[in-house]
Design a protein around this ligand. Structure first.
Ligand code: NI
Length: 227
């Protein structure tokens, strides 16, 4: 399941993040790659441990913390500190799958990647190519969103970023471990959550069925969640 999170960042926040990261020194994107990815990847990245990535990443994490759609769809347990990449003309990231386990160098941080996130930081009309292609059971999904919008997709999927033929694609990318490991269970919870929200709006929070269904949601979460 792919979930688009529109307007995760305001235009002002995108501008602030871009001002920070555009002024920083970028390095070869293969700094974080395994050997298979290194063959597929041609882009630039901000140094993972740098002050700039940390400051810009904090803004993205704060925005995620405000997004009800992000929380309901991803049910995050651990989020990798956001990274940033930049693709100029001729850059691409060919078909690959994301590593299952992510460590943060020099720390105890360790997580399983269930979901991958891309936050778009450049207006789509400013570059050609640079689409994120995600293969799922329904075929190939093509994603190229407005600056400030995000997409959440399964880390288990084969995916790629198509070659840039004009301009520069700038994005933040990272992974999360969900409280709900199983994608089907996560989807059921998301669907139920949306229905309960809608019923709450229609019937009010004191309606007996709304209360019972809210209980069903939380009891399923209790059965399935790691915390
Ligand atoms: Ni990837």
């Amino acid at each position: 399941m792919l979930i688009a999170i529109p307007d995760l960042l305001s235009a002002d926040e995108v501008a602030q993040i871009r001002a920070l990261i555009d002024a920083a020194d970028w390095i070869d994107g293969n700094a974080t790659s395994g050997p298979q990815s290194a063959l597929a990847k041609r882009n630039e990245q901000l140094p993972e441990d740098g002050d700039t990535a940390r400051r810009a990443g904090r803004m993205i994490l704060e925005a995620l913390g405000r997004s009800l759609l992000f929380f309901a769809s991803a049910l995050p347990l651990k989020i990798f500190p956001p990274l940033f990449n930049r693709y100029g003309e001729g850059h691409e990231f060919d078909t690959h799958v994301d590593n299952a386990i992510r460590l943060k160098r020099g720390t105890e941080f360790r997580m399983r990647s269930d979901l991958s996130i891309t936050v778009f930081l450049e207006a789509p009309e400013n570059y050609d190519g640079g689409e994120l292609l995600v293969e799922d059971h329904y075929g190939v999904q093509r994603v190229k969103l407005a600056a400030g919008h995000a997409v959440v997709y399964p880390s288990s999927s084969l995916h790629r970023v198509t070659p840039i033929t004009r301009g520069t694609r700038v994005a933040s990318f990272f992974w999360l471990q969900s409280m709900i490991r199983d994608a089907e269970e996560r989807r059921i919870l998301f669907d139920l959550d949306r229905s309960v929200q809608r019923l709450t709006n229609d019937l009010g929070g004191k309606d007996r069925s709304v209360i019972e269904l809210t209980g069903v949601y939380h009891n399923l979460l209790r059965r399935w969640a790691d915390s």
